[in-house]
Write a protein that binds this ligand. Structure first.
Ligand code: NDP
Ligand code: MG
Length: 390
């Protein structure tokens, strides 16, 4: 069997390291040919020593990287488009992942997409790059992986509704006032998933679920009124698909990202793997579901509204949210300021059209600048140049 060449972008993060663990169990099928990181040279060096890739890139060398490594943001596109790469695992966090997704799809690669922000901000352009370049997107996000698995190749005309599950995050039971005053450690204390800091905060505001609704809209081509969200605190059911005859399928399992990562590499095949914990319905029960509360989690409502508005609104939503999360993690603003900042950016900038990728990146930059300006004015200045969630 010939090995498939893999580029792992964002190899030093939560999804990146999980990807390396998955691939280490399947070296007969997969060979890592490229790795990239933002600035964690120590871990990148260790990974490179272990997997011996042909190409290593670090966006920000900071003095302690290997002189042989490629540097600068261009390394992401270089790694993603190499001829020896068949599958690009895009595990970069944030809007910084967009150009690599576009380039990989234009070059006809399969993109195992963890970087949902690519689809949220560049949806139409990402789909166009995919069809023009002959590439393929297989989602890594557990909910979307579940949906792909439930749809099982049936035509879109047979799907009537998607129901995306949400754990509800650490503030599921908190009242609105307490949520607004939540501290950084409270927000980083996710009940069921161990993830990078940015997505963990997004899971506390439920902005992550809004990003996932928009992601599902583009991946599966359904209008927003046929994509629902339900809170399911134990994260066992990873999502539901309702078909036109009323039948509902779900995909279940104890929470682990290793399964959706492996499936994104092997889709539509399944290969033998040893799950960390086999499924046990008795241990998983009871499975409970509750409606989502948009009043206490305004980021979710704002994001879905941005998706419905279309144009540059999803890019404004995402850019404002990324900037606000960065300011929150830096201790500059409070938790309740995150949806306030996003709301303010959308009110001012949300009507902009998106006729080109340039429009999208301009909307993203304007949203970030608006949020920085908002808090400079109110005394909470941030001088940090780049949104890095470390
Ligand atoms: P992490 O913060 O753990 O890792 C992010 C990775 O991206 C790191 O390798 C980091 O490098 C790199 N990176 C950060 N900024 C840049 C940049 N500007 N340019 C290039 N590379 C950059 O994030 P996660 O692994 O948690 O999340 C990655 C993506 O996967 C996100 O889009 C998230 O929404 C999605 N996702 C994550 C899940 C999870 O379980 N973690 C679940 C579902 C989706 P360095 O370490 O050097 O800073
Ligand atoms: Mg998810």
């Amino acid at each position: 069997m010939s090995q498939r060449g893999i580029a792992v972008l964002g190899s030093t993060g939560s999804i990146g390291t999980a990807t390396l663990r998955v691939i280490a169990r399947h070296v007969d099928r997969f060979r890592i040919v490229a790795l990239t990181a933002f600035g964690n040279a120590a871990l990148l060096r260790e990974q490179a020593r272990s997997v011996q890739p042909e190409y290593v890139g670090i966006v920000n060398r900071n003095g302690d990287g290997d002189p042989a490594w490629a540097t600068g943001a261009e390394c992401l596109v270089e790694a993603a488009t190499r001829p020896d790469v068949d599958i690009v695992v895009n595990a970069i966090v944030g809007a910084a992942g967009l150009q690599a997704t576009l380039a990989a799809l234009r070059a006809g690669k399969r993109v195992a997409l963890a970087n949902k922000e690519s689809l949220v901000i560049g949806g139409e352009f990402v789909l166009r790059a995919c069809s023009e370049g002959g590439g393929e997107i297989v989602p890594v996000d557990s909910e979307h992986s579940a949906i792909v698995q439930c749809i099982g190749g049936r035509p879109a005309s047979e799907v009537s509704r998607l129901i995306i599950t949400a754990s509800g995050g650490p503030f599921r039971d908190w009242d609105a006032e307490r949520i607004a005053r939540a501290g950084i450690q409270d927000a980083l204390n996710h009940p069921t998933w161990n993830m990078g800091r940015k997505i963990t905060i997004d899971s506390a505001t439920l902005a992550n679920k809004a990003l996932e609704v928009i992601e599902a809209h583009y991946l599966f081509g359904l209008p927003y009124d046929r994509i629902d969200v339900v809170v399911h605190p134990h994260s066992i059911v990873h999502s539901f698909v309702e078909f036109v005859d009323g039948s509902v399928l779900a995909q279940l399992g104890f929470p682990t990202m290793e399964l959706p990562i492996l499936y994104a590499l092997t889709h539509p095949d399944r290969i033998s793997d040893a799950p960390a914990r086999r499924f046990d319905p008795a241990a998983a029960s009871p499975l409970t579901f509750e409606p989502v509360d948009l009043e206490r989690f305004p980021s979710l409502a704002l994001g879905i509204q941005a998706g419905c508005t279309g144009g540059a609104a999803p890019a404004v939503f995402n850019g404002a949210n990324e900037e606000a999360v960065c300011l929150f993690l830096g201790g500059t603003i409070g938790f309740g300021d995150i949806p306030r900042a996003v709301d303010s950016a959308l009110s001012l900038l949300g009507d902009a059209p998106a006729e080109s990728i340039g429009d999208v990146t301009a909307a993203d930059a304007a949203a970030r600048e608006h949020v920085r300006h908002l808090f400079r004015q109110s005394g909470g200045a941030s001088k940090s140049p780049a949104p890095v969630y470390v």
